[in-house]
Write a protein that binds this ligand. Structure first.
Ligand code: M6R
Length: 604
């Protein structure tokens, strides 16, 4: 995920910006840059790849008197990870860095291009600087121009902007993406997108609220709220624990990643929804012409999102669909027809088995698409088309937000195809788009639910195994729940279709067999209920996850009541993630780095 730093003070601005960016490295990035303004001198540097490349480029540059500076690490979303797309973005005499996504950038860009402005990058961010400079020509001062610029932006942003017109000022705005300012006794001012760059530099910080904007000089910090009222700073003591700060105060990266699903899903959706259609700028309109079949290929968690997607492709897009585990597909000499679209799914884009299947499909002349979280990864470079999931870096080995965003992408993709192929009515498409907008709130962790799961977890530590059961898309979700538990608790767990238990596994049922039963109100409720009753009658210990009370269960984790099964799916997903997390914590395991596992499996 992108990171931002800014500095006003007399120390070595370059060094401060670079060391601030270093503190943000853990968030993941693919390029970085800084801009420093000292008097009339503007210097800017950008580099693709690791910070060491930026350090190399700036090695002969120093600032030893008062200067202001802004810096950025970029995780590509709009446009490839190239130097031109890296921040800061430049206008005639100003620079900007930005986190988030400007939803209406295409429209603003068109208007600016009509005015004759030439764009250098493919990013949404570049519109900010040109819009600002356009406003500068018709306003009395830089702050007015900045304020008017912000008013025109839709979407999520944390922005820092510097301009030669006001060489001692940093302009800032925050909406939806985090940003804070830190101060110290030496009268320095630091900006950052999270605590960690400020630890050791500042003792007091102010976290900006959504809608806040303003400017900062050596002596002033002026913050306005969205109603344009001057605000008082709410200065808080800054923690001194860096690791805790990187985890945003959570105990584990996995926990942080579970909690941030709501905001990353908003990023996944951003700019891709209109009232009656899904917009994928990255896909050619004719991409799905002549496609009669879809084959999905992936490993692990990504395989589970592929399985979930397969239900949607047949149900919504009405395209025949099959799913393959990549390591199996590689060696079974599969038949591949030219009218099949081959889709690989991968968080990292580097998983060796999945990558090999993509090569096989390309060699066989199939059209290929990758759903991936990492731009410029091997799969992204190889596939004919790519949809980025925009989950930001995932540090916990047990994948959480990557899965959530993959499923969201597939839901969108199905509505995109359904519109083209007219396999769903326009009313149904609009209705489902409204439901997609509800996903971010369905995955928000409720304190009461997390507390309940913490308490319940102590009853599920021993026994001879777990069955996670579900029907329809809740079956792949059950597989995913079982995989999460296996990975971080080291307990034996299986995912199973609810209706299949009676064909064998029910023989295992006794009080020491734990059944985690997914019981959605909106998908085959009665059928799933009788399957659970069969297990309950054989004395398996049952934990039901449902919006309705179920008297045959020993334990019950309540979810909200929805009228749609996909929203139940997403809330249950969070429950399952938290359940494995809390069981793992009780067993004293390393949640983020479980034994024997690696985050990216680049070997066979
Ligand atoms: O990067 P990928 O999505 O291709 O990775 C595939 C699997 O290795 C990965 O999902 C793995 O199963 C995770 N540890 C699951 O939590």
């Amino acid at each position: 995920m992108c990171g931002i730093v800014g500095y006003i003070g007399k120390k070595n601005t370059k060094e401060i910006l670079l060391s601030g960016l270093k503190e943000l490295e853990y968030r993941g990035y693919d390029s970085a840059g800084i801009a420093v303004l000292s008097g009339d001198d503007f210097s800017s540097f950008k580099a693709v790849g690791k910070l060491i490349n930026l350090e190399e480029k700036t090695k002969n540059f120093t600032t030893d008197s008062f200067a202001i500076g802004i810096g950025h690490t970029r995780w590509a979303t709009h446009g490839k990870p190239t130097e031109l797309n890296a921040h800061p973005h430049i206008g005639e005499s100003s620079y900007v860095v930005h986190n988030g996504i400007i939803e209406n950038y295409a429209q603003i860009k068109k208007e600016l291009e009509n005015d004759g402005i030439k764009f250098l990058s493919q990013t949404d961010t570049e519109v900010i600087i040109h819009l600002f400079e356009k406003k500068l020509k018709t306003t009395t001062n830089a702050f007015e121009a900045f304020k008017k610029t912000i008013e025109d932006l839709e979407g999520a942003y944390a922005i820092l902007l510097v301009t030669k017109n006001e060489p001692k000022t940093i302009f800032f705005a925050k909406n939806g993406s985090p940003m804070l300012i830190g101060i110290n006794e030496e009268n320095e001012k630091y900006f950052a997108s999270s605590d960690s760059p400020l630890i050791g530099q500042c003792n007091k910080v102010n976290y900006f609220d959504d809608g806040d904007y303003g400017y900062v000089t050596e002596d002033t910090i002026n913050v306005y709220n969205s109603a344009h009222k001057l605000k008082k700073l709410n200065l808080l003591e800054l923690s001194t624990n860096k690791l805790l700060a990187q985890k945003d105060g959570f105990r584990f990266f996995m926990e942080k990643e579970i909690y941030e699903q709501s905001s990353v899903i908003s990023d996944t959706l951003m700019g891709r929804l209109s009232d009656d259609e899904i917009l994928f700028d990255e896909l050619d309109k004719s991409f799905f012409d002549d496609i009669n079949e879809i084959k999905l290929c992936a490993c692990g968690t990504s395989y589970h999102s592929a399985l979930t997607a397969s239900y949607m492709f047949e149900r919504y897009s009405k395209i025949r669909c099959s799913v393959e585990v990549a390591s199996e597909f590689r060696y079974r000499k599969p038949l591949m027809d030219k009218d099949t679209l081959f889709i690989v799914i991968s968080q990292s884009g580097e998983t060796a088995d999945t990558l090999e299947t993509l090569k096989m499909a390309k060699e066989a002349g199939l059209k290929t698409l990758v759903v991936c979280n990492v731009d410029n990864s091997s799969m992204v470079r190889l596939a004919d088309a790519c949809i980025l999931t925009r989950a930001g870096i995932e540090k916990g080995v047990a994948s959480t937000k990557a899965f959530a965003t993959q499923v969201v992408v597939f839901w969108m993709l199905n509505l995109y195809i359904a519109k083209q192929k007219k396999t769903l009515s326009s009313q149904e498409i609009s209705k489902q788009i409204s439901l997609l907008r509800e996903v971010p709130s369905s995955v928000k962790v409720k304190d009461t639910t997390h507390e309940k799961i913490k308490r319940l977890s102590k009853r599920y530590l021993y026994g001879h195994g777990f069955f996670f059961i579900g029907r329809d898309v809740f079956y792949p979700l059950a597989l995913e729940g079982a995989l999460k538990l296996k990975e971080i608790s080291y307990l034996h767990a299986e995912g199973y279709p609810s209706g299949e238990m009676k064909h064998g596994p029910i023989a295992l049922a006794d009080p020491e067999l734990f059944t985690i039963a997914l019981l959605p109100k909106n998908m085959l409720y009665e059928k799933a209920k009788s399957n659970i009753e069969e297990l309950s009658a054989r004395d398996s210990t049952i934990c039901a996850i449902s919006a309705t009370e179920f008297d045959k269960a020993d334990d019950h984790i309540m979810i909200s009541s929805y009228d749609n099964y996909m929203l139940e799916f997403f809330e249950m997903m969070v429950v399952l993630q938290l359940l494995s997390l809390e069981i793992s914590v009780r067993l004293g395991n390393d949640v983020d780095m479980p034994r024997n596992l690696a985050k990216s499996v680049t070997v066979e």
